[in-house]
Design a protein around this ligand. Structure first.
Ligand code: GLU
Length: 374
């Protein structure tokens, strides 16, 4: 049994360049995009948080700049991205604005999703946009990323973003309707796979090379994306985006491949914070804070009695009670120096003490795993 679209609360939709831009004519597929806008508005109107990962900056920019066909040099594609991204952002703002939805552009680099401090920033910005009911439109910051530090494909970028924001579904719209047992173009026996329970080495072998697509990511980067997403507690769909209203089509049971997760975003995140990160220090909290944490609150500076160890913002730390027992672990919003300066103080005093207005919580409850819960 595959899940139904209506059950998802936070959905990342990745749209490939080949769908957005008609390369032969060098123009945007405006009618198609308007129809996708309707689909997004439906999903959003039902209360789901929606984030779009949109490719197409380079494809749009190269047309505007009249760059030659074929593979671009790095600085050519960076220039194309600089020109194309402006147009792309405007298009999304218009398409979503048509449904009274506000779009917010976020350009990320590989290190924004890999380095914990920057990751927390991007995550907080996106969470705020969701709270304000805006739709973040994400692309890689291609203008500054050089080849060694870039994703290069938006499949894996979309999966990392899905993991970062705790999405429960990632949809990759592509120019193929899912995974096949062999390349469908060259092997007449290739069979479509509607459901992948687990990404095994056998599944990875089916992905082969990049031959099935025009754009950067082939099936292989989609399988990589599937691994990232399903480990983070999100299901993933690969669906044909070339039809009009592609999301509606998936909702109505149109052909696609589902990759199932066996976890949830919150348990995957808790396992990551509680299990895979090495704590770099500790926050010793008073009894009131200890009780509040167990009741589900964030850890505020006022409840912190002592700061131990040398840690940076975004590192994992132990949270201990006055007797030294571990209450839990969490990602800390301040480095050890600043944490020590605001310990025991009210959140309203943070700005006066540190000279900048940091986060109210020392450890936000979403970044916290209590001992019993691990
Ligand atoms: N970030 C690239 C662009 O906007 C696209 C990468 C991809 O095709 O996956 O042009």
């Amino acid at each position: 049994m595959t899940p139904t679209l209506a059950q998802f609360r936070r959905v990342v939709i990745k749209v490939g360049s080949a769908l957005l831009v008609d390369r032969a004519r060098g123009r945007l597929n405006a009618a198609w995009l308007a129809a996708l806008g309707e689909d997004i508005a439906d999903l959003h109107g039902r209360g789901a948080d929606v984030l779009v990962v949109s490719s197409g900056a380079i494809a749009m920019g190269r047309t505007v700049l009249d760059l030659p066909a074929g593979v671009l040099r790095l600085e050519e594609s960076q220039a194309a991205a600089a020109v194309g991204q402006i147009a792309l952002a405007r298009v999304w703002a218009e398409v979503l604005g048509h449904h009274a939805i506000t779009a917010g552009q976020i350009l990320v680099t590989l290190s924004d999703t890999e380095e914990r401090r920057r990751y927390l920033n991007a995550r907080a910005t996106i969470a705020k946009l969701f709270e304000l009911r805006a739709v973040p439109v994400v692309n890689e910051n291609d203008t500054v990323a050089t080849s060694e530090i870039r994703y290069g494909d938006n499949d894996r970028l979309a999966a990392r973003v899905a993991a970062m924001i705790g999405a429960d579904l990632l949809i990759l719209f592509s120019d193929i309707d899912g995974l096949y047992t062999a390349p469908p173009g060259s092997d007449p026996k290739a069979a479509h796979m509607p459901l992948v329970e687990r990404i095994t080495p056998g599944i990875e072998a089916m992905a082969g090379g990049a031959a099935s697509e025009l754009s950067r990511g082939g099936m292989r980067t989609k399988i990589e994306a599937g691994k990232i997403a399903t480990q983070a507690g999100a299901h993933m769909i690969i669906a044909d985006g070339r039809v009009k209203n592609p999301l509606r089509r998936v909702a109505e049971g149109g052909r696609c491949t589902w990759f199932l997760t066996h976890s949830t975003p919150s348990s995957a995140r808790k396992a990551w914070i509680g299990g895979s990160l090495e704590p770099r220090g500790a926050l010793v909290v008073d009894d009131g804070a200890a009780k509040a944490l167990v009741a589900g609150s964030s850890l505020l500076p006022v409840g912190v009695r002592r700061v131990e160890g040398a840690f940076a913002r975004g590192d994992a730390v132990f949270i201990r009670d006055l007797a030294g027992a571990e209450i839990g672990r969490g990602l800390v919003a301040y480095d050890h120096g600043d944490a020590a300066r605001i310990a025991g103080r009210r959140s309203g005093e943070i700005e006066a003490i540190l000279g900048y207005r940091g986060r109210d919580a020392m450890v936000h409850r979403d970044d916290l795993v209590l001992r019993g819960a691990r």
